[in-house]
Design a protein around this ligand. Structure first.
Ligand code: ADP
Length: 171
């Protein structure tokens, strides 16, 4: 796909196990920067996921109702991808790969990833966005820990995701 045909394409990859308000906040911000945004759910992740790739994708799709920019829905795609992210970005004609930066602790790993991806896909930039400060400490893994022990996660994830977590850990 030619880059110019649909404007700037952003790819937002991640595990999304599960999607949180931090991810949704980032998607809203990214829609201001990109003409088309591809939220890419990684099929193969190093940690064993709690939810399957299909479940993770479906929860993101359902969360899109919570976006501030509701009219932007037609500029958004949620897909599952496997293999090399840099190759996926090239194949989709991406302008940039988007990642979130929360604390300084995210930085070193993200810098390594971004520079590695640059060698593999030299025309694809790396873009980092910071979430609203209230989501800065939010991560899917912390939320899973809280939910696993019966804690209330409704401030961190959409209500239907909180229910899915509750059901999963009740088993
Ligand atoms: P990964 O395992 O690829 O890091 P995650 O689903 O944990 O997948 O995160 C996907 C992306 O979203 C990462 O760039 C991460 O930094 C970002 N992210 C996760 N939680 C937040 C948050 N609360 N605020 C901003 N960015 C976040």
């Amino acid at each position: 796909m030619a880059k110019s045909s649909v404007g700037r394409i952003g790819i937002y990859p991640g595990s999304f196990d599960p999607v949180t308000f931090g991810h949704i906040d980032l998607i809203d911000r990214a829609l201001l920067l990109f003409d088309h945004l591809i939220v890419a759910v990684a099929e193969n992740i190093s940690k064993t996921p709690l939810f399957t790739a299909e479940e993770r994708r479906d929860m993101i799709v359902e969360s899109l109702d919570l976006l501030k920019q509701t009219s932007a829905r037609d500029r958004l795609e949620v897909v599952i991808f496997g293999g090399l992210l840099a190759q996926f970005a090239i194949d989709r004609g991406a302008t940039a790969i988007l990642r979130g930066l929360r604390a300084v602790s995210d930085f070193e790993f993200e810098l390594q990833m971004a520079l590695t991806n640059r060698t593999l896909a030299k025309d694809v930039e790396a873009v980092f966005l910071m979430p609203n400060a209230k989501y800065i400490y939010l991560s899917s893994s912390t939320i899973k820990d809280v939910a696993r022990h019966g804690g209330d996660v409704s401030k961190f994830v959409p209500a239907f995701v909180a229910k899915r977590l509750q059901d999963r850990f009740a088993k």
